[in-house]
Structures are given as C-alpha cells and as structure tokens.
Design a protein around this ligand. Structure first.
Ligand SMILES: NC(=O)c1ccc[n+]([C@@H]2O[C@H](COP(=O)([O-])OP(=O)(O)OC[C@H]3O[C@@H](n4cnc5c(N)ncnc54)[C@H](O)[C@@H]3O)[C@@H](O)[C@H]2O)c1
Ligand SMILES: O=C(O)C1=N[C@H](C(=O)O)CCC1
Length: 257
C-alpha cells in the first residue's frame, strides 16, 4: 500500500492548525501531514478566516499562536464544538477558569493545554516536583531563542508552581537568601517563592535547568530541545487523545501514564 492509500484506508482525524505560518505551526503542519491517521484540513494564520476551519470539517484544532489571541481562538473552537490542543503560553488560573466555563456549556468537547509538549520536558517537570521536598534551595534557569515574546517561559512558570506546591506540602519555608537586590531583577522573577531566570540568546531553542541545593550537595535537572521536532510526538499524542477526553486536560502527564 502506498502512503496515500494507507492514509485513506483508516479513519483519519481531521486536523486544523492555528498559527500555521509560525515556527511551531510549520512543524505541526508537517507532522500532521506525515501522520497516517490524520488529515491536515485547515491552515490558519493571522488575517485568515477562522470559518475556513469549520467549513473544512476540522475535528481538532492545534493552536500555536500568541498569548494575545489564543483565548479568542479557543472560545471559537469550543463554541463550534471543535476539540483543541493548545501549546500557546499565557494561561493564568483566571484564563483556565474561563476555559472551564466555556467547556461546561459544550460537554462533548475536549481541550488539552500543555506548557511543553516535549516528552523530556514533561519528565523534567515531574522529576523536579519529586525532588523539591528534599532540598532547601531551588532556582530555575530557562533559556530560549531571542524571538520568544514572553518571559519567563510557560514551562518555567509551570515548573515553579509545581515545586512551590511540593515545598508547601512538605512544610518547607522560603529558600534561604540574604542577598539584597542591588539592581532590580538581578535575582530573577519570583513565582510562588521560586526564583526564575530567563536567558535569551541566538542559537538556543528551548532549554531549562532546575538547580536544587542543600548542605553539601546540589542536583541539576536539565532538559534541552535543540529542534522543534522534539515537540511533535507530544502534539500528535494529544491530537489522538483529545476527542476522548471531554473537558480540560492540563499538561501531557495524564496522556503519558
Ligand atoms: N507548549 C509547547 O510545547 C510550546 C513549544 C514551542 C512554543 N510554544 C508556544 O507557542 C506559541 C507560538 O510559538 P512560535 O515560536 O511558533 O511563535 P511564532 O511567532 O513563530 O508563531 C505564531 C504564529 O501565530 C500567528 N498568529 C497570530 N495571531 C493569529 C491569529 N489570530 N490566528 C491565527 N494565527 C495567528 C502569527 O502570524 C504567527 O505565524 C508561543 O506562545 C510559544 O511560547 C509552546
Ligand atoms: O519557543 C517557545 O516560545 C517555547 N515556549 C514554551 C514555553 O514558554 O515554555 C515551550 C518551550 C518553547
């Protein structure tokens, strides 16, 4: 059987991509196109009509756009009864509550929102959450390409919250730190008591280190995405799962178990 015949033989998931001309969108379109169980039915970018996607019969929309537009896109998808896989950053607890509200009115629709679709990155966050209660000190250093619009990264913010929750559960207080910030920002951003440092440099893609310290030892947990193809297995996994997971799924963890 040729690839095309194989594609036609099995039932295919009809997928649309929002942000299709962006760095991630281009990779997602290639990955969906190459998947034998998926059909790429819509490629939407800024200025295109969203209705093209519903006219094309998209069952799942993948969104890699910008924090400014992702909520409107997601609201539209849910309203149309189209499930969504979202990698775009900027999801605060308030935003997630709004998404849950929209989903309550469309019980059959599924949405997966993940701060990072790299399988290694998901494991890095899990390992960091597990290590958190054993160390007095922790800092996060995220490193990305300089065209990234937001700082800190969604991954770093999510990791910081996971670590903060684990420290609170273990009854750990603030990490020791007698340093006075002589220049604003020198000690990084504070997310729930965890310091996060954002580095931007040409040549980088997406990298993160979580540095733990306690008396006499440190532990560094590091993940590197050298190429955006690293996110594609996670994106495709979510596309395959999302229609069978009504409501909101946060992160890839539940899909990897
Ligand atoms: N979750 C993950 O694993 C992961 C991985 C990489 C990037 N990201 C996030 O994904 C987002 C996109 O990253 P990128 O590097 O591809 O950015 P990018 O700037 O290269 O691409 C964004 C694209 O969205 C398009 N766009 C803007 N408004 C739109 C609209 N209303 N409708 C449709 N398209 C629109 C832009 O024209 C652009 O082509 C960022 O928030 C980034 O942090 C997440
Ligand atoms: O390149 C980006 O932009 C990335 N964004 C996500 C984040 O902010 O964590 C995931 C990694 C790449």
């Amino acid at each position: 059987m040729t690839d095309e015949q194989e594609k036609g033989a099995a039932e295919q998931i009809r997928v649309g991509v929002l942000g299709a001309r962006g760095r991630m969108g281009v990779e997602v379109c290639k990955a969906v196109d190459a998947a034998t169980d998926m059909e790429l039915v819509a490629m939407v970018d800024q200025g295109d009509w969203l209705f093209n996607a519903s006219d094309a019969g998209a069952e799942v929309m993948v969104d890699f756009t910008t924090p400014d537009v992702v909520m409107d896109n997601l609201h539209w998808c849910i309203d149309q009864g189209i499930s969504a896989v979202v990698g775009t950053t900027g999801f605060t607890e308030q935003r997630l509550e709004r998404v849950r509200g929209w989903l309550d009115r469309k019980p059959g629709v599924g949405v997966v929102i993940a701060p990072n679709f790299g399988i290694g990155a998901v494991l890095m966050m899990q390992f960091a959450a597990r290590a958190a209660r054993h160390f007095e000190s922790v800092e996060i250093i995220e490193q990305h390409h300089p065209r990234k619009l937001d700082a800190p990264s969604g991954t770093a913010a999510h990791t910081a919250r996971l670590i903060a929750a684990a420290r609170a559960e273990a009854g750990l207080g603030p990490a020791p730190d007698a340093t006075k910030d002589e220049v604003a920002g020198a000690r990084g951003a504070d997310i729930d008591g965890v310091r996060v440092h954002a580095v931007r440099a040409t040549g980088l893609v997406a990298h993160q280190e979580v540095l733990f310290g306690t008396t006499g030892e440190t532990l560094t947990i590091r993940h590197d995405s050298y190429d955006r193809v690293s996110f594609m297995p996670g994106v495709l996994l979510a596309v395959r799962a999302v229609r069978n997971r009504p409501g909101l799924t946060l992160g890839l963890d539940a899909l990897l178990d």
